[in-house]
Design a binder for this molecule. Structure first.
Ligand code: HEM
Length: 300
């Protein structure tokens, strides 16, 4: 493009906005060139770690959680496009590949938690975090809600408690993750769960209503003839997010909380050994594409 063609296009752009392009070009003349640190907000990023103790490794704990939240944010960015827009199969494959890549990153990097903190230091500073828990990561719940209808987030025990035509609110009452802090017999909930519900419950119900009929599972079910390649990608995503990540996470919890069979109490107060296992959660985004036998052996 010649310089004149570029100026003509700039004129056209601002004409269409009813603006005088000269004012904008004058602004460009004065504007400072962009640099890496402002664009990426490096100083802001590095100001967001606020340890509550003097243990050095607490900063690693905070930063790795923040890295995870950023990656979950990248996944949501893809999921929002898949849920709310229409795409051809090539784009689906591209985007599920991205989801699988991000989830693999979370799995292969989890050793940063398992081996990257001093055992005794972690077990001392973690007491100051009670009742906070990764359980309260709302992005984790957003991803589940966009991937599959709520009925797939209710495990077999929960299915038995559901009425014949459950509302969104009822599904949320019985969703698998409430098992971490809700005694349904006594109606008691842990502070970790109460805090989470107070902050996020209404918004989660709103999101579930908004994505009804559009979740990834519903979109794949409505596809005319999805290729074997695409189905394989969906299976990989289900396995990575709902078996492999939970397992590396559980192994890390075992490393710090159960190394000598002492079964320490978790900061979020759940019966974590049972609760965190994929076999107990039975979380499957795309149950229709797995055989009964594969579902039986989930997480083994
Ligand atoms: C030393 C490292 C970690 C340990 C010992 C640990 C332990 C636990 C435990 C015991 C729970 C059950 C809830 C509770 O009672 O607190 C839990 C839940 C959870 N944690 Fe972690 N965690 C660790 C690191 C992480 C990291 C880095 C993340 C990333 C954000 C994370 C995300 C989650 C999520 C999403 C849940 C809920 C899982 C679900 O409902 O399926 N955790 N964690």
């Amino acid at each position: 493009m010649t310089k004149q063609e570029l100026i003509d296009q700039i004129d056209k752009k601002y004409d269409e906005l009813g603006e005088n392009s000269l004012n904008y070009l004058a602004g460009l003349l004065q504007a400072k060139p962009i640099n890496y640190w402002d664009y990426i907000e490096v100083d802001t990023l590095l100001s967001l770690q606020k340890p509550r103790t003097d243990f050095k490794d607490e900063k690693i704990f905070i930063m790795y959680h923040q890295v995870t939240e950023l990656v979950l944010g990248m996944m949501k960015h893809e999921l929002e496009q898949l849920v709310f827009d229409e795409h051809n199969e090539a784009t689906w494959i591209d985007k599920i590949n991205r989801l699988n890549r991000y989830t693999s990153m979370l799995i292969t990097s989890f050793d940063v938690m398992k081996y990257g903190m001093n055992y005794d230091d972690y077990n001392t500073f973690r007491a100051t975090l009670t009742p906070a828990s990764g359980f309260q990561s709302v992005q984790f719940r957003h991803i589940e809600t966009m991937c599959t209808p709520l009925k797939n987030l209710v495990n077999m025990m929960g299915q038995k408690r559901l009425s014949s035509n459950p509302s969104t609110e009822e599904y949320f009452e019985h969703v698998y993750w409430k098992d971490a802090g809700y005694n349904r017999k006594t109606g008691e909930k842990t502070l970790t769960l109460r805090q989470f519900e107070e902050k996020y419950q209404d918004k989660l119900v709103e999101l579930a209503e908004k994505v009804k009929g559009k979740t990834l599972a519903e979109k794949v079910a409505a596809m005319q003839k999805p290729s074997d390649e695409l189905i394989e990608k969906f299976k990989t995503f289900d396995r990575l997010y709902n078996i492999d990540w939970p397992i590396v996470h559980l192994e890390t919890a075992q490393h710090y909380l159960d190394q000598k069979g002492e079964s320490k109490e978790a900061t979020g107060g759940s019966e974590w050994k049972k609760y965190l296992h994929p076999k107990c959660q039975q979380r499957r985004f795309f149950p229709e594409i797995w055989s009964e036998e594969e579902k039986e052996k989930w997480g083994e």
